[in-house]
Ligand binder design. Structure first.
Ligand code: HEC
Ligand code: HEC
Ligand code: HEC
Length: 421
């Protein structure tokens, strides 16, 4: 019976492991809160600003749905997840949540009844929010109208449909600590860092993610992908070919059109619209923080392969531009005169390493924002074929970055067409 001790050891280990895992996965429910007394209106007002800084409504309101009543589909590599109702409805919202229950959700990703929340809800960033900011958002949410809107059934793939598994994600990736102010930096810089790294959760889109959907280590804010768009790197913005000034960034973040850089499109559009009411001092603070971030030292770039000149010669790029785009983007177009809109050859989309954002903008257009004045751009997905798109992209890229064509243009176009189906 020499093996007995080993066998017993294995059982003990398995038991301890099992109990450990169960403890890790199990979180208690927090008792329903009693009816709340009304909150102080200045606190509610502050909470509204914090909710905008964290763009809660961008995810918690579905198109055509009631404000904050949830139901927006978030398509993740692990399946489709629906945001939940965060209005104070007792039955279907967070009406029974106490402040401690809300705080636990924001910092640890645990719902009031104890079930674990998926990290698509950016609690990994919100956990850096101050007690005061969390209490203010709570006051704001609890003071809004209650909307009856039952949760939509998620369609997560196996094994991610097993919620307790999120505990392992938390174990691996939930280590963000509250930010301690950096004494050598100004109060403005520290405020900007707080807004970007905490409520703003900018890294959720602007950082590359690992296969489990968490930020890749050491590449914070170095550029990511979201909904088929590129979220450009936020590092080294002060030292680009067309550098950003602090005033330009502050205006861009609040959804304005910025001379020399344009305006936010794609998934950045709702984020910037949510930031329109942000105090000017906060926009300046974010700008000061971002502009202090240095780009990593450039890695040697392989020389790009130029397409043979006869291919360029044949492409009707200039002709297409004249007929489809110049009416708005051409040198004499009226659009160029309003709001100091930039010529296309200065937009980030044409300077990016990938053609994605340029192509997405042309395919999908720039829809008008309801309730806001301003021009819009029609979608061209149906009117341009893939050859025409490639020709147009090749031509405009050449204007913006001579001699540096996009290498994978036609495969990117194919990908985008497939994603759109
Ligand atoms: C990127 C999208 C996104 C943003 C931004 C976002 N949420 Fe959520 N939130 C979600 C999703 C998705 C869920 C549901 C997660 C799940 O079911 O596992 C959720 C769940 C929650 C829950 C838990 C509700 C429940 O019934 O368990 C609370 C509370 C919450 N969010 C509050 C907020 C607040 C406050 C903000 C803004 C500061 C915010 N969320 C911003 C996506 C988001
Ligand atoms: C939901 C995803 C998402 C979030 C959250 C987000 N961004 Fe963006 N951001 C994008 C995308 C996508 C673009 C590219 C938009 C375009 O090309 O018009 C972008 C563009 C930008 C740009 C312009 C960069 C350039 O080179 O042109 C800046 C600056 C920026 N974001 C800052 C921020 C800051 C600061 C935050 C946090 C407060 C933030 N973003 C949060 C997705 C996001
Ligand atoms: C009806 C007018 C109109 C037409 C036609 C049009 N656009 Fe636009 N385009 C706009 C508007 C408005 C914007 C929003 C940008 C802004 O406000 O600065 C925009 C933005 C863009 C952007 C993003 C620039 C930025 O500032 O971030 C690109 C790239 C672009 N257009 C390319 C094209 C191309 C290529 C064509 C032709 C296939 C085209 N557009 C046709 C009106 C138009």
């Amino acid at each position: 019976m020499k093996t007995k001790p080993l066998w017993v050891g294995a059982v003990v280990l398995a038991l301890v492991g099992g109990i450990g895992a169960a403890l890790l996965m199990w979180r208690p429910a927090i008792a329903p809160a009693d009816a709340q007394s009304p909150f102080d209106s200045s606190q509610v007002h502050r909470g509204a600003r914090v909710a905008e800084a964290g763009d809660c409504a961008v995810c918690h309101t579905r198109p055509g749905g009631q404000y904050l009543a949830g139901g927006l589909a978030l398509v993740t590599p692990f399946g489709t997840l629906y945001s939940t109702n965060i209005t104070p409805d007792i039955e279907t919202g967070i009406g029974q949540w106490s402040l401690p229950a809300f705080q636990r959700a924001m910092r640890e990703g645990v719902s009031r009844d104890g079930h674990l929340l998926y990290p698509a809800f950016p609690y990994a960033y919100y956990r850096r929010m101050t007690d005061e900011d969390i209490a203010d958002v709570y006051a704001y949410l609890m003071s809004g109208p209650a909307v009856h809107a039952p949760a939509v059934q998620n369609r997560m793939n196996f094994p991610m449909n097993i919620r307790p598994l999120v505990s392992f994600w938390n174990l691996l990736f939930l280590h963000q600590q509250p930010l301690t102010p950096v004494a050598q930096q100004s109060a403005t810089w520290n405020r900007g860092r707080y807004l970007v790294e905490g409520p703003g959760h900018c890294g959720g889109c602007h950082s590359p993610l690992n296969p489990l959907g968490a930020e890749k280590s050491n590449q914070h804010l170095a550029g990511g992908h979201v909904d088929g768009w590129e979220a450009p790197s936020l590092l080294g913005m002060a030292s680009r070919t067309f550098p950003w000034s602090s005033a330009q960034l502050a205006r861009y973040l609040r959804a304005e059109v910025v001379e020399g850089h344009g305006t936010a499109a794609g998934p950045m559009r709702p984020v910037s619209l949510s930031l329109t009411n942000m105090p000017a001092s906060d926009a300046d603070a974010i700008a000061e923080y971002l502009l202090s971030l240095k780009a990593p030292a450039p890695s040697p770039v392989a020389p790009s392969i130029k397409p043979p000149s006869e291919v360029i010669g044949q492409t009707p790029g200039p002709l297409l531009f004249q007929s489809a785009c110049a009416g708005c983007h051409g040198p004499a177009a009226p659009m160029r005169q309003i709001d100091g809109r930039p010529a296309l050859d200065r937009t980030s989309a044409l300077h990016a390493t990938s053609a994605r954002n340029f192509l997405k903008t042309v395919l999908e257009g720039v829809p008008a924002t309801p309730g806001r004045p301003g021009p819009s751009m029609p979608p061209f997905a149906a009117s341009l074929d893939n050859h025409q798109l490639a020709a147009l992209a090749g031509f405009l890229r050449e204007q913006a970055k001579p001699g540096q064509p996009w290498a994978d243009l036609s495969s990117t176009i194919d990908e985008l067409r497939q994603e759109a189906q």
